[in-house]
Ligand binder design. Structure first.
Ligand SMILES: [Zn+2]
Length: 42
């Protein structure tokens, strides 16, 4: 298990997370997750 750095899908902020937890869409906060899901209405 390795700690890697990725960017929030919504605001682009750096997130440090273990590689085994990485999913296709990652967000730094629940707020970003909710904002992003509201943006993606298609
Ligand atoms: Zn974010």
């Amino acid at each position: 298990m390795e700690l890697i750095e990725i960017k929030c899908e919504h605001c682009g902020k750096d997130i440090h997370i273990y590689d085994s937890y990485v999913k296709e869409h990652m967000y730094c906060t629940i707020g970003c997750l909710e904002s992003s899901s509201m943006d993606n209405t298609y």
